[in-house]
Structure formats: C-alpha cells, structure tokens
Design a protein around this ligand. Structure first.
Ligand SMILES: *Cc1c(COP(=O)(O)O)cnc(C)c1O
Length: 224
C-alpha cells in the first residue's frame, strides 16, 4: 500500500478527527517524508538528533519537527534552532539545557514532560512523584525560554487492550490533576501525546490530543 492510501485509511479510523497526527518518519528516507508532505502532512517525528538534522536541512522549512526520542543534554544545541516540540523531557537537567540553548537562539521551545506509565523497566519518564517535584521546584520557574505544553506517555507494549487503556487513563488523570494546580507561568498544559500505530484508537478514546504514528503510514522500519 502507498503512503497516500495508508494516510487515507488512517484518517478514516480516527475516533477524534481533531487529534493531531505526528507522522513518525524515523529510519525512512526524505523521499517518503516528501510524499507525506505533498499530501498535506506538516508534523513529523524523529528520534535521533543527527538523522533529524540531516532531514531538516533538505526538507521544506515549514515542517514542524517533533523530537520523540530520548534527548541527551549535549545534543540539544543541534536542534534548538528549529525544533517545534520536544516530547520526551524527563528531567530538570534536560529542561534547563533546552532553556539555555533556546535562549541562545532567541526562541521559546515547547516541551512535553514524559510520564512513566508502563509496566516495563526500560521506558523513560518521570513517575508521578518526580513530576510533582519538577513542577513545584523553584528552578523551573526561572526557565523563560521553554514552555511546557503538556504530557507524553508510552503504554506497555502488549496486545492486552485493558492494560493499555488503564495506563492512558492514568496519564489523563495525572494531566487533569496537574491542571487544577497553581502552575508556574511557563506552563500551559493543553497537549497529551499518547498513541502509536498499535494503540492510537484507545489513546484517542482516552483523551489523546496528538498521536505519534510511523508504521501505519510508512510501513515497517528497517534498522541497519
Ligand atoms: C517509533 C516511535 C513511535 C511510532 O511507532 P509506530 O508503532 O511505528 O507507530 C511513536 N512514539 C515513539 C516515542 C517512537 O519512538
């Protein structure tokens, strides 16, 4: 199936048509991104800094690039000039570095805090207590060049729908609870980034505002 057919099929299955589709193009060539771009997609997600930089340089400048991987502090500077949204912020240290690099290029960079909701050991993210600590910390208030616009999470990799649904529901409830609190001025919580190829329907039913979908658009990835 072509990227065009995949995109049509995908959009037809959205239970929430308002939910933003972030096309996860990692490992796929610029030609594939170009095809999706021609079909109207403007939001693309990548998880490797170097790959993202290379693609950004040759592709149209109105693409909104989403960084969806685990970002190392020493690499923030490479994407700070152009990144649209960083999904996986999971420490004050990283947030502070993003703020520093954003200030250098005179930008305010939008970030999502990654919350750990899965049962797996390997997943990155803050637990609820760590999230609370970060939000309430004095240090976070002085970060004038970042804007925290929401939360991001990844469910356990399983075909047990009830497990995935419960994890997404948990993130939504953490989000709702956080919104009722008095938050620093650099918080503007409106996004919940949950849902991938295997679980985007459940994610949308549980309140996702942006899904990150690769395989259902571009096909299987080949890792070299
Ligand atoms: C690769 C990736 C995705 C996309 O996964 P698919 O199953 O191909 O849709 C979404 N989110 C993150 C964080 C990823 O690394």
């Amino acid at each position: 199936m072509s990227i065009k057919e995949n995109l049509q099929l995908l959009k037809n299955t959205f239970v929430n048509p308002e939910c933003l589709l972030v096309a996860v193009s990692k490992t796929h060539p610029v030609e594939a991104i170009g095809q999706a771009y021609e079909l109207g997609i403007r939001d693309f997600g990548e998880n490797k800094v170097q790959e993202l930089e290379e693609k950004q340089q040759v592709l149209p400048k109105d693409i909104r690039w989403h960084f969806i991987g685990h970002l190392q502090t020493n690499k923030v500077k490479y994407i700070a000039p152009f990144i649209y949204l960083i999904h996986g912020v999971d420490s004050l240290k990283l947030l502070t570095e993003i703020n520093k690099q954003a200030e250098k290029v005179d930008r305010i960079i939008q970030c999502l805090l990654q919350v750990y909701i899965a049962k797996e050991e390997s997943k990155f993210g803050l637990d609820e207590k760590e999230l609370e600590e970060l939000v309430q910390s004095e240090a976070v208030k002085s970060l004038t060049h970042v804007k925290i616009v929401g939360l991001m999470g990844m469910a356990t990799f399983t075909d047990k729908e009830d497990v995935v649904r419960q994890e997404f529901r948990n993130l939504k409830s953490i989000f709702d609870k956080l919104k009722t609190k008095k938050l620093p001025p650099n918080f503007d919580l409106r996004e919940i980034s949950i849902g991938m190829t295997g679980d985007y329907t459940i994610a949308q039913e549980e309140g996702s505002t942006m899904v990150r979908i690769g395989t259902a658009i571009f096909g299987e990835r080949e890792y070299k």
